[in-house]
Ligand binder design. Structure first.
Ligand code: PHE
Length: 510
């Protein structure tokens, strides 16, 4: 053990003043392991009880084959010895039968040394005698553990006849605090030491300021949440306030009906939407609003529209679902804004945003999951125009580093006009879809109770795509879900949306 080794060092030093080479020290009659010895030395040195310096030694040994050659001679010398002097020589086949493998290896070298040559099918001697230098060299290495010719050593190693070894041992002397007894070192002052006065005589362990500290363990934000925070700051910077999106379960009423999405719309099918089983329904939405929405869907009510001309059913609106978009929360928030306007008698413009999870009953692949995050922005003010939406989009996406923005008309049940937003991708050299936007229809806004001259512009985009671009993740399952590597969450740096990144953003929810 370390203590036994330490005692051995101290007693040996006490007797001899110095340990010239720790290689010569024996414990229980056996040589000691130098690595364990070093451990013992270091701990004594930290208490200034000893000093030491390393002794590094290089030495050479013979391999099994090297030993063989040192004993019987080199293959070429053995070949030479097997060839008798005289014109006759020895048939090659006979030599091979006699020496086996060594004949093959040795012949070439013996030819090269001009010791032997071929005469018909026989080998004959060219010289009377030879000096087997390889054997001599190997014998020298065997006896002295080295050789003066460094090049030769390297060559013999290449021929697998020798091997090089290194050893480190230590010269040890007494340190300023040498003593035969190892004092216990206190690591900290305790209450008891102060009380008893023991602290006055105690020896304290030195601080090791080079020690690697224990990494502080704390919570870590998921990369998606880091990027979300970055988007949040863009919104806050532009005067937006955050919508309460903490409720994933939503009624079809707020998710679809309040958004003037007809009840037979394919998005309301179980193939596209997750329906809740228990509880499956709710009736917790405002009755008077429900009545207005019903007539607007059926015949347009007093919105100036002709509606969808079908029989609107409360039971469909009451179906509970996992929200398919955060626009469900936007419709609820606009209703709250209308109610506040009625209460206070004045309309105040509003800017809302949210970044949260939505759910779609779709097949999943490397870029799609059944749940993902949407970034959504809503601005309500009097007399807003499509120009305001376009202008605002320019500013918003520029803040994310996307300076080339283009729009394409599209269809949403709740916005008119509606525009898909495209950004020019410098790498792909093409326009890629980054989001969806529009002006909410009067069929949606008027039943909510907003003043007739209030216009609402809104847009949405996905959070996963920019995050994957930012962190270089190509499979969405590495980012979200049960296959996520926890270490990844700890190790990913804080998010900073930069100019370059904007050009990389691709795609919205679909
Ligand atoms: N809700 C839309 C979607 O899920 C995005 C959107 C939001 C479109 C607001 C227009 C206005 O794709």
């Amino acid at each position: 053990t370390t203590e036994e080794l330490q005692t051995l060092v101290l007693t040996t030093l006490d007797q001899n003043q110095v340990i010239e080479d720790s290689k010569n020290i024996k414990f229980d009659g056996k040589p000691i392991d130098q690595l364990a010895f070093l451990g013992a030395l270091n701990s004594l040195k930290s208490k200034d009880m000893v000093d030491y310096s390393p002794i590094e030694l290089e030495f050479w040994t013979l391999t099994e084959e090297g030993e063989q050659v040192a004993k019987d001679g080199s293959h070429e010398a053995r070949v030479f010895a097997a060839v008798p002097s005289g014109e006759q020589g020895i048939p090659i086949a006979e030599l091979q039968a006699r020496l086996g493998e060594a004949a093959k290896i040795g012949q070439g070298k013996a030819f090269k040394n001009k010791w032997i040559s071929k005469k018909g099918a026989n080998l004959v001697r060219l010289v009377d005698s030879i000096v087997d230098q390889t054997q001599k060299d190997l014998l020298e290495i065997k006896n002295t553990s080295t050789h003066k010719d460094a090049k030769l050593l390297a060559e013999l190693k290449k021929r697998k006849l020798t091997d090089k070894y290194k050893t480190t041992s230590y010269k040890v002397t007494k340190g300023p605090a040498f003593s035969l007894e190892i004092k216990h070192e206190a690591t900290e002052i305790t209450y008891e030491m102060l009380q008893s006065g023991e602290w006055k005589n105690a020896t304290f362990k030195k601080y090791n300021f080079d020690a690697v500290g224990v990494p502080p363990s704390g919570g870590h934000l998921h990369p998606l949440m880091k990027v979300r925070q970055e988007f949040r700051e863009i919104f806050f910077e532009m005067g937006f306030s955050e919508m309460p999106t903490n409720c994933f379960a939503e009624s079809s009423f707020w998710n679809f009906d309040a958004l003037f999405q007809p009840q037979q719309h394919p998005a309301r099918d179980a193939h596209d939407t997750f329906f809740l089983k228990d509880p499956a329904n709710t009736d917790r939405f405002p009755r008077d609003l429900m009545a207005k929405i019903k007539v607007t869907h059926e015949n347009g009510g007093d919105t100036g529209s002709i509606g969808y001309n079908y029989k609107w059913k409360e039971e469909d609106a009451g179906k509970l679902i996992l929200r398919t978009h955060t626009t469900a929360v936007s419709s609820y928030m606009l209703y709250q804004l209308a109610e506040k306007t009625k209460r206070e008698g004045v309309f105040n413009p509003a800017k809302y945003f949210s970044i949260d999870r939505v759910f779609r009953n779709e097949s999943v692949d490397a870029t799609h999951l059944a749940e993902f995050h949407q970034i959504e922005g809503v601005i309500a003010d009097k007399n807003l125009t499509l120009g305001d939406l376009i202008g605002f989009m320019d500013v918003f996406f520029k803040k994310m580093g996307m300076d080339k923005i283009r729009f394409k008309p599209t269809y949403n049940p709740y916005t008119e006009p509606s525009m898909e937003i495209f950004s020019y991708h410098e790498g792909l050299k093409q326009w890629v879809e980054i989001g969806n936007s529009g002006m909410f229809r009067p069929e949606m806004l008027l039943p909510l109770g907003l003043p007739p001259d209030v216009r609402v512009i809104a847009w949405g985009l996905g959070l996963e795509r920019p995050t994957m671009v930012k962190y270089g993740i190509s499979n969405i399952r590495d980012l979200l879900g049960h296959k996520v590597n926890i270490a990844m969450i700890k190790d990913y740096p804080v998010c900073r949306l930069d100019k370059k990144m904007g050009k990389e953003l691709v795609g919205l929810s679909e």
